[in-house]
Design a protein around this ligand. Sequence first.
Ligand SMILES: Cc1ncc(C[n+]2csc(CCOP(=O)(O)OP(=O)(O)O)c2C)c(N)n1
Length: 290
Amino acid sequence: MEITFEEKIFENRKRKPDEFSEIARELRRDVIKSLFLAQSGHSGGSLGTADIFAVLFFGGYLRYDPKNPKWEERDRFVLSAGHICPILYSTLARAGFFPVSELATLRKLGSRLQGHPALDTNLPGIETSAGSLGQGVSIAVGMALSDKYLDKNNRRVFVLTGDGELQEGSTWEAAMSAGNFKLDNLCWIVDNNDCQIDGRVRDVMSIYPLDKKFEAFKFEVITIDGHNYQEIMDAFDKFIESHNKGIGKPTVIIAKTIMGYPISFMKDNYEWHGIPPNEEQAIISLRELQ
Ligand SMILES: Cc1ncc(C[n+]2csc(CCOP(=O)(O)OP(=O)(O)O)c2C)c(N)n1
């Protein structure tokens, strides 16, 4: 007997935290392989956020149907940090939106898997183009606004930004709007690895204290270890409860992550923000991800 969509979501919800580690390892292996084949792209953030992607997409939190990507009642996921799309592509492929074999075309001419998500490639599962930092989160706020006040539907909007991305002024306008308009259907995840393209976020231009800033913008603030599955699950559960109760506040999950995690020679090194592994590094990485 075929299981229904709702049953599948419920089954996913029952996953134990440990079950995510194999999923995340698979996603990270895909990231390494596709970046190696492309010989360009962003390793650090893609690897560092894999645990969050595993829980969000495979834990029954994000509602989607890969067989019907435009399903009216789906939640939306916006990758505002568009440069870390290798992890989004692996996730979408493993979730069944398109063949896993297509991951080998990352950044190739004519591929649907461009270096930043692009709507005009018609890749299933992509909700918006992104890559110009700050833009995606503003689009996500617009989506949440129209869902809550125009369509009055039950959809949730999840958006992921980097922390260096928060040095882009427009992100704070998005935060101010989300708080002001009481967008309790918006879950903003910050990949807080304290690394960006040129160094430590705190050295280049500090964005801290992040929790106090989001509180001032009227957010429900949850700070977690972004590699701890139980904490990630609890944070999404709390957001969903807030949405169901209609608390009138957006949620931000400040996820403390480690860039390049868990690869020994990439971990917490901002120089891995935007480079791919060479052959030797890819072999070592895949060995470490066994
Ligand atoms: C508006 C804009 N300015 C500059 C860039 C170039 N850029 C891409 S990623 C990045 C750093 C982002 O840092 P962070 O958000 O912390 O991402 P992480 O390094 O953790 O992947 C920069 C400056 C861009 N994509 N968009």
